[in-house]
Structure formats: structure tokens, C-alpha cells
Design a protein around this ligand. Structure first.
Ligand code: DC
Length: 241
């Protein structure tokens, strides 16, 4: 019920809400399905989707290209002064640009995944991307996914989710995806599992903004669920909030 009881007052209230910028924040480990959920929600509600992992991947890629150790703050920090990471829509999909170059085709390799996880432990990198991510969320309503969106980037997000699954299930999904896309190379399932576990450990145990569920996030374990079941759970919880 509207607080202001006149018809004009109600209309005004609705208008206020319509214009309010809000965020759906999603965190979780690699391969849990957060990006799938984020994309579906964005398309359902007509919002943009910001995949913050892609931003860390772009910086990891640059460090690799320059032959730097991606975990070395003293090398990476000065590089950031002349590094531009931007997101643009290309054919309705988010593409990440590094210093003006569309690097989408280069950021999904295992090497870049590990480099992204390494640069993401550095405070200078987190600080730079935090600013960019908050600026995006201030400008428009969106769905944003990553590791620290609910806990650090957008603690006041209207909806918060932590999407997870067992390491074995996530490794199997990654393995199948690489196989389908011809990106598996020499890697076995055990290799993929080891890399997922290494990345989880680093992402969850770093000093700055470690991956963990926010206290007020809805936790969804997708290990035994189909995409449809996950979406149903997420949407039902949104009605309850
Ligand atoms: O979601 P992803 O796998 O594309 O992310 C790549 C790495 O980037 C991940 O291992 C940790 C880091 N990351 C982060 O620290 N914070 C975020 N909000 C998103 C990603």
C-alpha cells in the first residue's frame, strides 16, 4: 500500500521506483553457473550484464603479454597507470577492451584464468576495478557477477546471490565445455579439477576481498540442479525479498 494515499501520490511513488537504479549481485567460484544465471536474469529483466571476471582477465592478459609475474605487485602496479579496461556491447554480448583492443577472444584460456586469479590478489588491481565497477552500477540498473560483488563492490545491492557447486561438478562442466569448444588440448579431467581447486584456494584465501558468501546472500548449490531449476529457485527468492 502506498504511504501517500492520493492517486497522484501513488503514481509518483511508482515513478520513483521505476527510476531507481538497482543491482542484482552474484558471487561464486569458477564454473558454478553464475554467468549463466546472470545472463538469463539480464535478458529477462532487460538489464545489462557485467561480468567482472572479464575485467580481471584483461589485466591478467596484459601482464602475461608483457612477460610479468601476474602476482608481483611491484611490476603490475605501475602498468595500471596506462591500462584502460572498458566494456562494450558487441552484437548484444559484453566484450572487454584492453587499451582499445577487443580481447574477448584471448581471455578464456587456462593460462589467462590463472593470471586473472593472480592479479586479483593485488590491492592496486582491486582498487582500480572497484572504482570502474561501482561507476557502472551507479549509472544504470544491472546484473553484476564476480567474487566480491555482494560483499565489497555493491553491498547494498537489491538482490544478492551466491551460486556454488562441488569442485568435481564444476571441473566436469569446464572439461565438457573445453572439449566442445576444442580448447582442451592435452588437459585431462584431473588437470581441470586441479586448476579449479588451485583457483578456489587463491580466490578464497587472499587478503583483499576474498570469495565468500555475503551474510544476506541467497545461497544456491547447483551441483544437482538443471539451469531451469536454478533459475526457478533464484526467481522465487526474488519474489520473497
Ligand atoms: O569469473 P572468472 O572465472 O572469469 O574470474 C577470473 C578471476 O578473476 C577469478 O579467479 C578471480 C578474479 N575475480 C575477482 O577476484 N573478483 C571478481 N569480482 C571477479 C573475478
Amino acid at each position: 500500500m502506498c504511504e501517500r494515499k492520493t492517486a497522484a501520490g501513488c503514481a509518483e511513488k511508482v515513478k520513483e521506483n521505476e527510476n531507481k537504479v538497482f543491482a542484482i549481485a552474484i558471487d561464486g567460484p569458477a564454473g558454478a553457473g553464475k554467468s549463466t544465471v546472470a545472463k538469463e536474469l539480464a535478458s529477462l529483466f532487460g538489464l545489462i550484464h557485467v561480468d567482472t571476471g572479464a575485467m580481471f582477465r584483461a589485466i591478467g592478459l596484459k601482464a602475461l603479454r608483457l612477460g610479468m609475474d601476474p602476482a608481483d605487485e611491484s611490476a603490475v602496479r605501475p602498468m595500471l597507470d596506462d591500462t584502460a579496461v572498458t566494456l562494450e556491447l558487441v552484437d548484444e554480448a559484453q566484450h572487454v577492451f584492453l587499451d582499445g583492443e577487443d580481447v574477448n577472444a584471448f581471455i578464456r584460456t587456462e593460462e589467462v584464468s590463472q593470471a586473472a586469479s593472480n592479479v586479483s590478489t593485488l590491492p592496486s588491481v582491486r582498487e582500480k576495478l572497484l572504482e570502474l565497477q561501482r561507476a557502472l552500477a551507479k549509472k544504470q540498473s544491472l546484473v553484476m557477477d564476480g567474487r566480491d560483488i555482494c560483499t565489497v563492490v555493491l553491498p547494498n545491492a537489491r538482490f544478492k546471490f551466491y551460486i556454488t557447486a562441488s569442485a568435481e561438478v564444476r571441473a566436469k562442466r569446464r572439461y565438457d565445455e573445453y572439449l566442445e569448444k576444442g580448447r582442451l588440448g592435452e588437459m585431462s579431467y584431473e588437470d581441470v579439477l586441479r586448476e579449479i581447486e588451485e583457483r578456489d584456494y587463491r580466490d578464497m584465501n587472499r587478503e583483499y576481498a576474498p570469495l565468500r558468501p555475503a551474510e544476506d546472500a541467497v545461497i544456491v548449490d547447483t551441483s544437482e540442479m538443471s539451469v531451469k531449476q536454478v533459475l526457478t529457485r533464484v526467481l522465487l527468492s526474488m519474489i520473497d525479498v
